[in-house]
Design a protein around this ligand. Structure first.
Ligand SMILES: Nc1ncnc2c1ncn2[C@@H]1O[C@H](COP(=O)(O)OP(=O)(O)O)[C@@H](O)[C@H]1O
Ligand SMILES: [Mg+2]
Length: 468
């Protein structure tokens, strides 16, 4: 079979894996990058504070400002100045005494730590020397040993080497994220493919089920836990299909059988009549007897057609609000003659109202009443009543009699199902009456049910839901 082309689950999960891996790696990478950045920064800050201490010590051993101005290199040597380090000394009145870097734009405006203080957070910070060059910087007062003159010390460390280091690190993180995601996508794809194997196995099993092998079921024990529900549901569906299929086969067999009997009767009677010359009266009685069979056939075909139409989803109901008392009384009047012949009484006890298609309502109740009269012994009473229910209104038809044995109860609503005694009475019984009742109730969104105790009371109940 040609499959449509939706995104494959494997690809989708593989990509999702890759996305999750990318986000996770990127998050972890960013975190590590940030912590490396701040660690390097605080490392630099410690170096700056160390330089301040060193320079203060040197100043204490220096007798005058002039000494610094005269030989700045000696000073720089002592301070172990390297490439990225900028040192500026200013006198208390703001004159620059010494600097190893002149291209520094505006000087940092950070607070200056007092001479007797180790510089803290407040005097540490970033200083943009000029566009493209920034530095960590700290500033503190130092004191000359001899004159006790105050000198401002500014130490800065340019960021460029740190930045280069971080850049290299960042590139490594990018590469790791990229390859990590690729690896995750690939392994995700493989893992998902592997994980979906049971589905393919189930599909293969399902493929081998055909109409001739509807009794086959998928193997629940072989399915993984997550798929067991699906497999069970599928097996349930097969059960239902199997039953429907069997019923359908049974239905065609019954239909053929039920059509054969009247047609055979017609054929045999006609053949016998034609085998020798007959009187007009003989022909007339033959035709009269044939008419009965034709009526039976016509009724059967009409019932079949009704059931076929009711099976269609587009059957239109003409729902109306009905007064059950009027309706049941009307039906009782209609059956009066038949009931009298059978020496059975009809009693109506109804109130309330319900919503139904009037023609179908009458047809359903008629079928029940016809059955009830047939199975009620002489002198019995068939009761037609209403029964308010939670979901709406029910009509009940109750009769005394032989009842229905429990094992037959699930079958009596099936098409062509007839009790053994009804089967012999083939002129009036087609076995479609209750099937039609059932169909009508389905059309109304309601249900038909029966309660029966053998040799006691049988009650058929039609539940019409109230439209909310
Ligand atoms: N009131 C009843 N009491 C006992 N059995 C009944 C009653 N109504 C129906 N049945 C049983 O249900 C079967 C199916 O009924 P139905 O579908 O109306 O077919 P039919 O009336 O043509 O036999 C009947 O053959 C009979 O065995
Ligand atoms: Mg019937």
């Amino acid at each position: 079979m040609k499959l449509p082309h939706p995104a494959s689950l494997t690809t989708r999960l593989g990509l999702l894996f890759a996305l999750i891996a990318t986000l996770t790696f990127a998050g972890v990478g960013t975190y590590l990058y940030q912590s490396l950045t701040s660690q390097l920064e605080s490392h630099d800050d410690l170096e700056l504070i160390g330089k301040i201490a060193l320079i203060r010590h040197f100043l204490l051993e220096t007798s005058s400002v002039k000494e610094i101005q005269d030989d700045p290199h000696r000073f720089l040597d002592v301070a172990a100045v390297h490439d990225g380090l900028i040192i500026i000394l200013k006198s208390a009145d703001g004159n620059i005494l010494m600097q190893n870097h002149s291209d520094h734009g505006a000087l940092s405006t950070l607070p200056v730590a007092a001479a007797n203080q180790t510089p803290g957070k407040a005097s540490l910070g970033r200083w943009t020397l000029n566009p493209g060059l920034s530095a960590r910087t700290v500033s503190a007062w130092g004191v000359l040993g001899n004159t006790h003159e105050q000198v401002q010390i500014i130490v800065a460390r340019t960021d460029s080497d740190r930045m280069a280091l971080l850049r290299a690190h960042r590139n490594k993180v990018f590469a790791a994220v990229f390859f990590g995601a690729l690896l995750a996508a690939l392994s995700g794809y493989i893992v998902v493919r592997q994980g979906l194997r049971p589905i393919r196995a189930i599909a293969k099993q399902a493929q081998s089920i055909t109409a001739q092998r509807l009794e086959m079921r998928l193997d629940v024990t072989a399915a993984p836990k997550e798929l067991q529900m699906l497999v069970l549901a599928f097996n349930d569906m097969l059960d239902r299909l199997h039953r429907s299929f069997q019923r359908l086969s049974q239905f065609s067999a019954d239909l053929a059988h039920d059509l054969r009997t009247p047609i055979n009767n017609l054929m045999v009677q006609t053949q016998v009549a034609l085998s020798q010359p007959r009187s007009i009266e003989d022909y007339q009685s033959l035709l009269a007897s044939n008419e009965e069979e034709y009526e039976r056939l016509a009724r059967m075909v009409e019932n079949m057609l009704f059931l076929a139409r009711a099976d269609h989803a587009n059957f239109v109901l003409n729902k109306q609000r009905l007064d059950p008392y009027n309706e049941l009384q009307h039906i009782a009047d209609y059956f009066e003659g038949i009931a009298e012949d059978a020496q059975v009484q009809l009693a109506v006890d109804a109130r309330g109202s319900l919503e139904a298609d009037p023609i179908l309502f009458r047809r359903a109740v008629n079928n029940l009443v016809a059955n009830a009269i047939r199975y009620t012994p002489k002198g019995g009473v068939v009761r037609l009543a209403t029964q308010p229910m939670q979901e709406g209104m029910a009509i009940t038809v109750t009769n005394p009699g032989i009842g229905i044995t429990p094992k037959h109860i699930p079958l009596i609503f099936d098409r062509f199902y007839r009790g053994d005694d009804a089967r012999s009475d083939s002129a009036s019984s087609t076995g479609l009456g209750l099937a039609i009742v059932q169909s009508i109730m389905m059309l109304h969104g309601g249900r038909a049910e029966v309660e029966s105790a053998p040799d006691a009371m049988t009650t058929f109940r039609l539940v019409f839901p109230s439209s909310s």
